[in-house]
Design a protein around this ligand. Structure first.
Ligand code: NCD
Length: 337
């Protein structure tokens, strides 16, 4: 089981064994992420971090994950500041940037673009989101979070009930996560969205064909009695106009009152973030911030561990990380959290 030299483009590259392997490596990264120790295993290595679409968490956590392994990061953000806006092909950009880097993380608004880019790359390419298609590293960190959160109440992923809420049509995170979850057994999916923003049929069929139970609905109330509620943002950037996106914003809000009324007492609340906190959307209210089952920030923290694991695996250093350990000389209060 080796990812050395491989691109990570789609969740379809993973099965349950490889997922557990990635998660084991991710757990090993905890002491470095919490600054108990450092490792310089990737000292001298360069990450090309190419983000041609807005991003905070994914971009910064790819960069920090690489830094935490001792590597350096070169970043390009925005289409307008890259030669793609001068008509350069993805192939040419990949050919050049891969000469400058040891590994590349990339996000782009077009479905299939990262795979196309990877054809021109001589180093591993990690898909940081290609349009509404896939977001494999997010799906892995979401699954890692689900496994951890459920384990804390003695549950496992097999047999669980997940409710996915919001923009299931354009949300690449729910697409990739659903494809990973279908590898597990006897799941119940409740897919809650406006009819126009329903989960694509091919994904629903794939889940059903893998033996899971699927309930598709456009009603939030009464359908949140799940182990996990995975809330999403209306992906306004994928709509023909803001006016059209506005038709759906604010339709499926989760707040403490709704949680108390319709969720289980230990329902875990997830969201890939960013949550749209503008008043007209507010799909995940701030009044949930003190709810101990709100896992959104633990989920974002887990992104560092999973992305560190993916870099270690694709660069083939997962077995020698401890050989390059050193102490952390500065003050840090992260050890406990
Ligand atoms: C998501 C994305 O970009 O697909 N964010 C992320 O990567 N954490 C979800 C979103 O933007 O709504």
């Amino acid at each position: 089981m080796s990812f050395k030299g491989e691109h990570i483009l789609s969740v379809s590259q993973f099965d349950r064994d490889t997922i557990q392997h990635v998660f084991q490596i991710a757990r090993n990264m905890q002491p470095y992420a919490s600054r108990q120790k450092r490792t310089k295993v990737l000292e001298g290595a360069i990450l090309g971090n190419l983000f041609f679409e807005p991003s905070t968490r994914t971009r910064v956590s790819f960069g920090c994950a690489f830094n935490l392994l001792g590597g350096e990061v070169r970043e390009t953000t925005g289409m307008e500041s890259s030669a793609l806006s001068k008509g350069e092909s993805l192939f040419d950009t990949a050919r050049v940037i891969s000469s400058y880097s040891d590994v590349i993380a990339m996000r782009h608004p077009q479905a299939g673009s990262v795979a196309e880019f990877a054809l021109g790359s001589r180093v591993p390419v990690l898909n940081g989101g290609d349009g509404a298609n896939e977001h494999p590293t997010q799906a892995l960190l979401d699954l890692f979070t689900i496994e951890r959160e459920l384990a804390s109440s003695g549950q496992s992923i097999d047999g669980m009930h997940i409710a996915m809420v919001g923009d299931l049509k354009f949300g690449r995170t729910v697409h990739s996560l659903s494809k990973l979850l279908k590898l597990y057994k006897n799941l119940r999916f409740t897919l809650i969205s406006p009819k126009e923003l329903a989960m694509p049929d091919d994904i629903v069929s794939a889940i059903e064909n893998a033996g899971h139970q699927v309930n598709v609905t456009d009603v939030l109330e009464g359908n949140l009695n799940a182990d996990i509620v995975y809330q999403t943002r209306i992906q306004e950037e994928r709509f023909p106009s803001k006016t059209e996106a506005n038709l759906y914003r604010g339709k499926f809000r989760l707040n403490q009152e709704i949680y108390t009324r319709y969720c289980k007492s230990n329902t875990v609340i997830m969201h890939p973030l960013p949550r749209d906190s503008r008043i007209e959307a507010n799909e995940l209210d701030n009044d949930l911030n003190l709810n101990p089952n709100l896992a959104i920030f633990r989920q974002a923290d887990n992104g560092i561990l999973v992305r560190m694991a993916l870099f270690a695996l694709t660069l083939g250093v997962e077995g020698i990380i401890t050989n390059y350990e050193c102490a952390v000389p500065w003050y840090s209060n992260k050890h406990s959290g």
